[in-house]
Write a protein that binds this ligand. Structure first.
Ligand code: ZN
Length: 442
């Protein structure tokens, strides 16, 4: 049995469930293709019915080409004494993502050309990729690097780069309208928690919740490798892109930082207004930043001028702005289920606003209607909630002129959107307001 009209904004997900889902997905060596990505999608499929799409190596997607698949079994470095000093089994960040296979003995001087470290965080292993430039390399902590002795080292990478497919997961939830809200998250990072396992986990629970509601909008959830995946998806869906009304990129949602909303390209969409109102209503500190084509995630593809879709992103601390970003310190202790659940709740509330935002007309526009004779005034007294409703009645009655949506009224009055929505429902039942045109979100 589905809830009617996106009524619920509360989900029953426990921190324990979130933790166990995070722990299941964390170990995989994901990349933009290959088995780590497929195994991840298979696990997501146990939670929500995503369908798998695959595009062949060599397929042209706009200015890009679907690359070959990368598979990695193992990798290590042995020091001159034969001791294994780096082992892929200990951290999949040790290997440069998309490294070509190698098995040889080389001098330290030569090896150093293929080593990556982060001197400013000496105990962290940096996350390095080389998707489109065939190379090999290892990442290690700067502390390890400093202690390397001169001599001959054995380097071994058991990887394979071959023709195959690029995989992504998609879950479409049909609503009353063909207009869609797109929620996209990327699945290509190996064992990194905030960026972006947190996004995968949040999207899964959000999709499950949305699928249990009776919605106005249709929803499309994408689990795609970053950049090449969004380009692949866009190239396959050119015909239906006009249906996307709003989109959100789900990333970096599990750290302890305040929420950050990155605006859409034009910055003035109803989605931007809804996200800002949700953040104000949360009464928690937050930050709003603008679209930046030089720094970002898949919104750069969805909002490229050829598509110009209004796609925002709700994060906590944005990628690149926390010390642990793209290092082994972005691990399961860096994020907390409670922050992830807080972010999930905020996503839900944005969708709640988008689903319930309406234009109304005051049926009785000459002066204030007498609320008392309709039984809408007597019970206020000292009840704070009812007094809040009374204030909301006045704002809604005054601004229900067909030009102001409930979200506009909530923003102007600084009353929580949920209170405005509840008050509008009461006024609507009392036939004091009517839908401005159709009963559809603004
Ligand atoms: Zn990243």
């Amino acid at each position: 049995m589905k809830n009617d009209g996106f009524i619920g904004t509360k989900m029953n997900i426990t921190k324990k469930e979130v933790k166990s889902y995070l722990q299941r997905l964390y170990p995989f060596c994901r990349s933009i293709s290959g088995s780590g990505l497929r195994e991840t999608l298979a696990i997501i499929k146990e939670y929500i019915p995503i369908y798998l799409k695959e595009l062949k190596t060599g397929t042209k997607v706009f200015d890009w080409i679907i690359p070959e698949e990368w598979h990695i079994q193992g990798a290590h470095i042995k020091d001159p004494k034969g001791k294994k000093i780096i082992d892929f089994k200990k951290s999949n960040l040790h290997i440069v993502n998309y490294s070509i296979p190698i098995n040889k003995k080389i001098h330290l001087k030569e090896l150093k050309k293929h080593l990556y470290t982060l001197p400013q965080i000496p105990d962290a292993i940096p996350y390095i990729t080389s998707y489109y430039n065939r190379d090999w390399g290892f990442s290690m902590t700067y502390s390890q690097y400093k202690n390397l002795n001169d001599g001959i080292y054995e380097v071994f990478i058991d990887s394979e780069i071959k023709k195959g497919k690029l995989s992504y997961g998609e879950y479409f939830i049909k609503g009353k309208s063909a207009k869609e809200i797109l929620l996209s998250t990327y699945t290509c990072h190996p064992s990194l928690a905030n960026d972006n396992l947190s996004g995968i986990v949040l999207s899964t629970y959000l999709a499950r919740f949305v699928s249990e509601q009776k919605n106005y909008y249709s929803y499309r959830f994408l689990f795609i490798p970053e950049t090449i995946g969004s380009l692949a998806w866009l190239s396959q869906n050119k015909k239906n892109i006009h249906n996307i009304k709003y989109g959100l990129i789900v990333t970096c949602v599990g750290d302890s930082g305040n929420s950050t909303y990155k605006k859409t390209r034009d910055g003035n969409s109803i989605l931007d207004q809804a996200a800002e109102k949700m953040l104000i209503d949360s009464k928690e500190p937050y930050k709003i930043i603008t679209f930046d084509p030089a720094d970002g995630s898949d919104e750069r593809q969805f909002s490229s001028p050829g598509f110009n879709l209004p796609v925002g992103s709700l994060m906590r601390t944005p990628y690149g702005q926390y010390r642990e970003y793209h290092t082994s310190e972005d691990n399961l202790s860096f994020i907390k289920p409670k922050y992830l659940l807080n972010s999930l709740d905020k996503y839900l509330k944005i969708l709640y606003i988008l689903e319930n935002n309406r234009y109304y007309l005051n049926c009785n526009p000459h002066g204030e209607p007498m609320l008392g004779k309709r039984g809408l005034y007597r019970s206020f007294g000292s009840n704070l909630h009812l007094r809040g409703l009374n204030k909301a009645f006045m704002w809604i009655l005054n601004y229900s002129d067909g030009d102001h949506s409930l979200l506009d009224i909530a923003t102007m009055s600084n009353i929580d959107f949920q209170v405005i929505k509840e008050a509008a429902d009461i006024l609507h039942r009392a036939v004091l307001i009517k839908h401005a045109n159709k009963n559809e979100p603004a």
